[in-house]
Design a protein around this ligand. Sequence first.
Ligand code: NDP
Length: 333
Amino acid sequence: MINPIYTPAPARYDSGMKYRRCGRSGILLPEISLGLWHNFGDVNPLSDSMAMLHYAFDHGITHFDLANNYGPSYGSAEETFGIVMEKSFAPYRDELFISTKAGYDMWPGPYGNWGSRKYLMASLDQSLRRMKLDYVDLFYSHRFDPETPLEETLQALVDIVRQGKALYVGISRWPAEAARKAYSYLAERDVRCLIYQGRYNMLDRADEAGGIISEAADNGVGYIAFSPLAQGLLTDRYLNGIPEDSRIALGGHLKSDSLTPGLLESVRKLNGLAAERGQSLAEMALAWILRDRKVTSVIVGASSTSQLQRNLSALESPAFSDEELQIIDSTNP
Ligand code: NDP
């Protein structure tokens, strides 16, 4: 059938997904969310993208993370999501928590990048059109702009909420000091920052060491981890070379020079530890992030439904012993 009518799994909230409160807010997010950075662009078969989105929602993943420039091509992941919205998810809009962002280069000229009010406002309007939505649940400043006054970027976020185009706002990859200012600027205007999105995984603990995660918690702001599998490095994907269909081989954002001997040695050691725990490295990597209750959710990427399926097993992961945590601490490359 070309356009089968999608009916979500009736047991979607009984399939093992757990939900965590996002900071001091009314919002619960699934411990595992799905990101559309890679694998959902117009270079990918629409049927595969649809299958992954359906599978996710059928298994309790209510949060989908996008950005204006996800693809490739830019904008096409939002267009893919818009098609699925129209064909499948429209009746379930109120069960979904959809985020998008602006902050990186999106269109040519001086108004399609960084953090101006002009860029953020225009970009969100474009995103809503592509995704066929009246509003997003969450809109992010995708990165801190050192040239634009912080107040301009933050006031644009406040006004976006006042206009009803986003229910909540967040910041991604902002340095610690700017993040602190953002939390107070937004709170003083009664549009609290819902969440901070940062890179956090067993190979990159900068947000933990730099206090980003704990300061978010202290301010009642949630924390959501992107690239929790280090783009695939924290899986068995590259243990025996570079597979043809992998992110590295396909020319994604992960480069082959990441695969240093030191990195591969660390990954092998972690893979061995995961095997001793009776799970895959990917499962252990996700469970390790979620061991910290200050983390609200991890945003996984997946290039197939079976990867997503396997990643959901992380929800049944055994707890970590002190000894296991020490091994992981000492395995940073
Ligand atoms: P991950 O670290 O989860 O990497 C995803 C990749 O890992 C997949 O594409 C796949 O690689 C591989 N993989 C996933 N599961 C498995 C498995 N079970 N076994 C083997 N390999 C597996 O996340 P991403 O880097 O994709 O980022 C996730 C999301 O985070 C993005 O979609 C986006 O929403 C957000 N993000 C936000 C950023 C920001 O600036 N705010 C920056 C980056 C990401 P392969 O394709 O090779 O199969």
